[in-house]
Design a protein around this ligand. Structure first.
Ligand code: C2E
Ligand code: CA
Ligand code: CA
Length: 397
């Protein structure tokens, strides 16, 4: 039986309901929305993993709904949602617990997709929805993006990486988010290509690196001496011959060892620009910075050229990892990539790991590391520190 991963949203405001529903869908969750607080408990089924409940509604408010759910001995997890201050939410949380309900978090309105993802915690999304669902690109006027860069509206989120040998956290991947004052949290798929075409991508790379090197002091002790930071870099940035020296100066300034820094470049970007970036990549390696080929196996056969690239890691593309169980070809692809990576002296990291079965299969194939929603989504700094204190402090597999 598939795991319960449906969401029920109870909100009197239809706009909020449909907004939450489309955000939920975009990260792989089925969603039912109702304005009918008095009868919402009837919509709860065995497939309802989470109820997102507005606290303030006319007619029947969230507190009364909590009482009804308590009487029904509802097992779904509850996320409280409100525009009120945190104290109101805290009081409601306590009440819900006394009613025997499981409250897992709260969402302070307005919120974006990333906050929703965090509130949903470890509930696995339906990956088939993610593949089937075409996410529309948000469109921004140039001026809005230019202002965002000038006002430093970009922040770093961090996704933990786990060793498949020891089960411990070995590092974090840095993923950018745009905190847009009007639209909330915006994912990189909506701004990276624009930043490249508008010429802001180098500035984004530097600010991301600087923020990560400043933040790392807040969690480095939790990761051990070999803690790695992985940064995504665009091939545009890697065409600049001065990049390695400038990067070394930045690492020196922050006292961060070069061999604990990984620069990730996508396989597609690398194929397109191999001739123009090979010298920079070689220099980075000569300075001990690690190099990772991202989205490896996503459809571009780089196998032939791989031995000519001074990479230290291959990152298996999420689509291969997630199709391994359904597709024999994808499973062979994963197995061969791991073998080949190891033969060339590289480590192999699997992305988009969402199930224990994937972990077992990958371990059997000798894959070195993994990241994915099974362990944690990308988190803001405070969320990462909290996660490392809790779940991240133990063996994760
Ligand atoms: P990527 O480097 O391949 O990063 C992995 C993406 O998959 C991230 O999306 C991450 O949040 C998401 N992800 C992680 N685990 C799972 C999972 O289990 N299931 C699913 N469905 N997704 C998962 P995100 O953060 O939206 O980033 C998208 C892409 O944008 C990144 O892909 C990377 O290529 C690019 N990017 C992100 N930050 C930066 C940056 O600072 N600079 C540059 N140049 N590119 C960036
Ligand atoms: Ca990456
Ligand atoms: Ca990737």
């Amino acid at each position: 039986m598939a795991a319960a991963n449906n969401i029920l949203v109870v909100d009197d405001d239809g706009v909020v309901g449909s907004l939450v529903s489309s955000m939920a869908r975009s990260i792989g969750f089925h969603c039912i929305v109702t304005k009918d607080a008095a009868n919402c408990h009837r919509l709860v089924t065995a497939d309802t993993a989470v109820i997102i409940l507005d606290l303030i509604m006319p007619g029947m408010d969230g507190i009364e709904v909590l009482r009804l759910l308590g009487e029904q001995k509802c097992r779904a997890r509850i996320v409280l949602m409100s525009g009120m201050d945190k104290r109101v939410i805290e009081t409601a949380k306590k009440l819900a617990r006394t009613l025997g309900l499981v409250v897992v978090g709260h969402l302070q309105k307005p919120f974006g997709v990333e906050e929703l993802r965090i509130a949903l915690g470890d509930i696995a999304p339906d990956e088939s929805l993610l593949v089937a669902h075409e996410r529309p690109k948000l469109d921004f006027p140039d001026a809005e993006l230019a202002r965002a860069f000038a006002q430093a509206e970009f922040v770093n989120y961090y996704q933990p990486q786990i060793s498949l040998k020891t089960g411990m956290v070995t590092g974090v991947e840095v993923l950018s988010r745009w905190f847009n004052p009007r639209r909330g949290v915006i994912l990189p798929e909506h701004f990276i290509a624009r930043a490249e075409s508008m010429g802001f991508i180098d500035a984004l790379c530097w600010s991301t690196a600087e923020m990560a090197l400043a933040d790392v002091h807040q969690f480095r002790d939790k990761l051990g001496a070999q803690a790695r930071i992985s940064l995504n870099a665009s091939v545009h940035t890697l065409r600049d011959l001065k990049f390695p020296d400038m990067f070394m100066a930045l690492l020196d300034q922050h006292g961060f060892p070069a061999d604990n820094l990984v620069i990730e470049i996508t396989e597609t970007g690398l194929i397109r620009e191999l001739a123009r970036t090979l010298d920079v990549l070689t220099r980075l390696r000569m300075k001990s910075i690690q190099l990772s080929i991202d989205d490896f196996g996503a459809g571009y056969a780089m196998m032939q050229q791989l031995q000519n690239v001074p990479a230290t890691e291959l990152k298996l593309d999420m689509s291969l990892v997630q199709n391994m169980h359904a597709s024999h070809t994808d499973r062979i692809m994963v197995e061969k990539t791991i073998e080949m990576g190891h033969e060339l002296g590289m480590e192999v990291m699997a992305e988009g790991v969402t199930t224990k079965e994937q972990v077992t299969l990958l371990q059997g194939m000798g894959c070195d590391g993994a990241q994915g929603f099974l362990f944690s989504p990308a988190l803001p700094l405070a969320g990462l520190v909290k996660w490392l204190h809790g779940a991240g402090a133990a063996r994760l597999i």
